[in-house]
Design a protein around this ligand. Structure first.
Ligand code: PEP
Ligand code: MN
Length: 344
């Protein structure tokens, strides 16, 4: 990083900063100008916050040169990471679609919807069994019973399962069932959970926190990567803004920005990012047009009666229509949907 001293900062202040830089096992490269001194601080990867030096007397400004995340960055891994699942890849030319209800509500419900999304072209099945509800009185999910129904749905359709994990204590039990853990927006900075997910070898669909910057998102994903779990799929699911016309605001910019900064696959969740089934198809198309590597979409056979997120859930028919539209968009940007037979 570059530590820029105030013009005319006395030599003692400059020396104190140089000593602090060296105290952090960084090498100091001072450039003494006529009026102003700039101290370059170069290290071997040991991470030191820029705030560490900002409080020193005589320091005007500190600028970082390298990114605060490493394993997630393109500098670390130049090529796109491509992960393979049963029936599809993500991060390459294929654009897989994960679909299913917000919550697993019962055996018949999940088996029916799994079959419907599979027929419409989905490549993986989503369904929450531990739900992060705003109210403690709202439906909290079926827990392990729901996972048993999900496992039955996988057996019948061949679709891999994506299920949200909310606590470290759930990991061991859930690993017996799930193919991909979902890390929810509300837990994006639950560092204990992130560390525990880093210790597993189950891939993670990592959702952006509702008020998280892209840099915070990448730094949080670094916790999982740093534990040795390299299969992290990033998900833009909308952020909180001043706009109230939709549940969240889809940060469509995040797609090309993330693709530039990181080698990890990036998916869009048009269901949570809009909160309204009327907008889901448009934003699914936009996400793929912007370069997303996949989609995760909520689908329910009877949205008005869904226990959670019915307003934003597509019917299987609307989902099938969305898949057709997304296919055309994917082809327009030199991508393709996963061939249907692959998951048969
Ligand atoms: C969900 O996928 O149902 C969910 C709760 O998502 P998010 O964490 O993005 O709000
Ligand atoms: Mn939901």
């Amino acid at each position: 990083m570059m530590i820029i001293m105030h013009p005319g900062a006395p030599r003692e202040q400059i020396d104190a900063v140089i000593a602090a830089v060296e105290g952090h096992k960084l090498t100091a490269h001072p450039i003494f100008g006529v009026e102003q001194t700039i101290i370059g601080a170069v290290g071997d990867g040991h991470y030191v916050l820029k705030e560490t030096f900002e409080a020193f007397p005589g320091v005007l400004e500190v600028q970082r040169i390298s990114k605060p995340y490493k394993l997630a960055s393109r500098q670390f891994h130049e090529q796109d990471s491509v992960f393979e699942f049963n029936g599809f890849t993500i991060g390459g030319t294929e654009v897989p679609i994960i679909a299913g209800p917000c919550s697993v509500e019962g055996r018949t419900q999940i088996l029916e919807v799994a079959q419907a999304v599979k027929e419409a072209g989905a490549n993986a099945l989503r369904g929450g069994v531990f739900k992060p509800r705003t109210s403690p009185y709202a439906f909290q999910g079926l827990g392990e019973e729901g996972l048993e129904y999900m496992a039955e749905a996988r057996e019948k359709t061949g679709l891999p399962l994506v299920v949200e994990v909310m606590a470290v204590s759930q990991i061991e039990m859930m690993e017996k069932y799930v193919d991909i853990f979902q890390l929810g927006a509300r837990n994006m900075q639950n560092f204990n959970l992130l560390r525990a997910l880093g210790e597993t070898r189950t891939p993670v669909l990592f959702k952006r926190g509702m008020s998280a910057t892209i840099e915070e998102m990448l730094m949080a994903s670094e916790y999982i990567l740093n534990g040795g779990n390299h299969r992290v799929i990033l998900c833009e699911r909308g952020i909180r803004t001043f706009e109230t016309a939709t549940r969240n605001t889809t940060d469509i910019n995040a797609v090309p920005v993330l693709k530039k900064l990181t080698h990890l696959p990036v998916v869009i969740d048009p269901s949570h990012s809009t909160g309204d089934s009327a907008y889901v198809q448009s934003i699914a198309r936009a996400g793929v047009a912007a370069g997303a590597d996949g989609l995760i979409v909520e689908v329910h056979q009877d949205p008005p009666h869904a226990i959670s997120d019915g307003k934003q859930s597509l019917t299987p028919e609307a989902f099938a229509k969305m898949v057709k539209q997304v296919k055309a968009v994917a082809e327009a940007v030199d991508r393709s949907l996963v061939p249907q037979h692959a998951t048969a």
